[in-house]
Design a protein. Sequence first.
Length: 244
Amino acid sequence: MTPLLEVSGLRAGYGQINVLWDVDLTVEEGKTTVIVGPNGAGKTTLLRTLMGLVYASAGSMTLHGQTLKGGKTWDIVERGMVMIPEGRMVFPDMSVLDNLMMGAYPRAGRADWETRLERVFAMFPRLKERRGQMAGLMSGGEAQMLAMGRGLMENPQVLLIDEPSLGLAPVIVDEIFTILADLKAQGLTIVLVEQNTSRALHLADHVYLMRSGKTILSQPAAEVDLGHLHDLYFARDGGSAAVG
Ligand SMILES: Nc1ncnc2c1ncn2[C@@H]1O[C@H](COP(=O)(O)OP(=O)(O)OP(=O)(O)O)[C@@H](O)[C@H]1O
């Protein structure tokens, strides 16, 4: 069976700086793929390249067997792939409800948006309570939930989510991971970038470790030896970016 998302020999970067070096990644439908790796390994760059936000200079990336290369972000969202970026990028001067409705603008998000809004409110009751509040006034955890809710309003088949637990209190992290587990149980395909390795491993079907712009380990989650993963994670080596 063709994987839902397949990346092979991917190179990408910013201007003259190459960050990703021959990255390979296979994401099976309905599975949760977790990407871990130290700061600067290129995890965010990989997600941004998949979404057409960073230029891919070599290699291939396909969604449902069709190339993503050269695709516009808007079109990639229409094709069912949605990214929830790191840093809870919400529109601070818009209400919670208007932020959520931004997710209903792409064509993929327009059909049945009322049903999806109800589902998002059921998943995140706090967003329902605060639907009239300006998003800029929300706590970090609420803003993360809003960013996730907006992504879900886009009706994704594949959800790319970048460090959702970053800087949040443990109790909020628990909530976020419970929601991710629910989404997984509903059959959503998830690609999760996370520094909280042990939490992420509980959710994962497959794990990739990235270092210095390369995927240096690819393993079914059930086979991952956490000690070995940590050794690879913290091993000393050179920098992550090079002029290429
Ligand atoms: N807009 C940019 N312009 C130039 N270099 C960038 C840009 N964004 C990221 N980089 C560089 O690309 C490399 C990989 O960064 P990236 O954010 O992808 O790593 P990461 O694994 O997601 O790290 P973190 O866990 O800290 O978020 C870093 O060396 C970073 O400085």
